[in-house]
Design a protein around this ligand. Structure first.
Ligand code: 5CA
Length: 437
């Protein structure tokens, strides 16, 4: 993309309404704009990041055997009356009435909706297990929306739902999703620590939250630092082998990790002092096993092997896709701006043309731009070098390729790595080799 023609409304001043770094940086780097309290429009750069997150989620869900669906944002109240949650959900639910005076709602989550769909389609135990998920907008009328996309009212969630015949199978699905989550978060360049959690309005008796550490996080957390070191991408646990999934789950659960609600001082005291980590964290995902809570209340059963009706065992699995953008920035930024992990960056690199109009600089920049297949961001604005450096740092591209008249005349460019600020002068060919993987 050419910066001169792009829609990337960056801000020089720090927006007064933003209390935390990620919110400030998302506004300043032109990722989002607020349209109403807790509701945001995603501008081109922000949307790219959101789509990069969604793409990783989709790949990892597919590997774990989950299938993608897309359910409506609007649901009928009758569905929620069946499960008993219509009244129980309270003022966080946005209730709407259509022209026929029918009660509707903007979905805060989709257990009822997916149960109704499964109930209409699944008739026999042979059709289980199933894991279905979607990436769809949710609305929760939070009392205090704050911190930008971190606690919004409208937000993008990946929500998945599993259906199994037996408790053992359901726990296997839960573990399968847990492993896929650890791989998903690791690919996004953040360490999310799984912690035993309360189940809240979703219900059930087994739940884990996935927490990214950041000083501005809303939860107080305690964990063994071993959980930061495990490499889930290299580990070869197989999704198809229940014993391996059990071993994975046991490994995770053998290290202490809990939010303040579940914190157990006696167990904490047993953690090796050098491995104790305590701090604030952002919940980027949560998974739940809740058995037959929805299948029983909503009358969903399949025929078992003996012909008798069985209510399937269920779980649900969420990732805060839009919250993730804020969480990654909280975990990865400095004074100058965002530092994107390569896997989520809106552009793999920025090409900074320090003298637009100079034939050598222009042609070198075009060559580099073409080498990226147009995927990089070309700063071709007629602006001072200082402004270009500041904007590139603010936007957080993993690499900057800096093309100035003196170097260009000798076929050389400067390459800066955003993560540590390391700079190197290289030939055009070496620079491309360094940056394009
Ligand atoms: N049905 C289940 C799992 S599919 C569910 O709704 N789980 S949840 O309530 O934990 O939400 C899933 C994830 O959405 C959370 O872990 C969090 O990352 C994100 N989330 C929840 N509320 C908000 C909010 N107000 N703003 C942004 N993200 C949110």
């Amino acid at each position: 993309m050419r910066l001169s023609r792009s829609f990337i409304p960056t801000l020089k001043e720090t927006p007064a309404e933003a209390q935390i770094a990620s919110h400030r940086l998302m506004l300043r780097a032109g990722l989002i704009r607020q349209t109403a309290s807790g509701i945001y429009a995603w501008l081109p750069v922000g949307l790219r990041v959101l789509q990069n997150i969604a793409a990783i989620v989709r790949e990892e869900q597919a590997k774990a055997g989950a299938q993608e669906v897309l359910m409506p944002t609007l649901q009928t109240a009758d569905l929620w009356r069946e499960s008993g949650r219509y009244d129980a959900y309270g003022p966080e639910m946005l209730r709407i009435r259509d022209r026929h005076e029918r009660d509707m709602l903007y979905g805060p989550t989709n257990e009822e909706q997916i149960t109704e769909i499964a109930r209409g389609a699944l008739k026999s135990y042979r059709e289980l297990p199933q894991i279905l998920y979607q990436i769809q907008w949710k609305f929760r009328d939070e009392v205090r929306p704050r911190f930008g996309v971190m606690r919004g009212r409208e937000f993008l969630m990946k929500d998945g739902y599993s259906f199994d015949l037996t408790y053992e199978d359901a726990v296997n699905s839960y573990r399968r999703m847990m492993l896929s989550y650890m791989r998903t978060f690791q690919r996004m360049g953040v360490r999310a620590i799984p912690m035993l959690a309360d189940t809240g309005p979703i219900g059930g008796d087994l739940s884990h939250e996935f927490i990214v550490l950041a000083p501005t996080g809303e939860s107080q957390v305690f964990y063994d630092s071993t959980l930061e070191e495990l490499d889930y991408l290299k580990s070869d646990y197989s999704y198809d082998k229940p014993a391996e999934l059990a071993a994975f789950h046991d490994t995770i659960n053998s290290y202490y990790a809990a939010t303040s609600e579940k914190h157990d001082e006696a167990r904490w005291a047993e953690v090796e002092p050098g491995r104790k980590r305590e701090g604030r964290g952002i919940e980027v995902g949560q998974i739940f096993y809740f058995g037959r809570k929805y299948s029983e209340s909503m009358n969903f059963s399949v025929a078992g092997a003996d012909g008798k009706k069985v209510a399937p065992e269920m779980g649900s699995y969420g990732i805060g896709v839009s919250r993730m953008v804020g969480a990654v920035i909280e975990a990865s930024h400095d004074e100058a701006g965002i530092i994107w992990p390569a896997s989520l960056a809106p552009f793999p690199a920025a090409i900074l043309n320090l003298r637009v109009g100079d034939a050598v600089c222009d042609s070198m920049c075009e060559k580099i731009y073409a080498a990226f297949g147009g995927a990089a961001l070309l700063d071709d604005r007629d602006e001072r070098a200082g402004g270009k450096f500041a904007d590139a740092d603010l936007m957080g591209h993993p690499w900057q390729i800096i093309v100035g008249p003196r170097g260009a005349a000798n076929g050389r460019v400067e390459v800066k790595r955003r993560q540590d600020g390391a700079r190197e002068e290289l030939s055009l060919e070496d620079a491309l080799q360094r940056v394009i993987k």
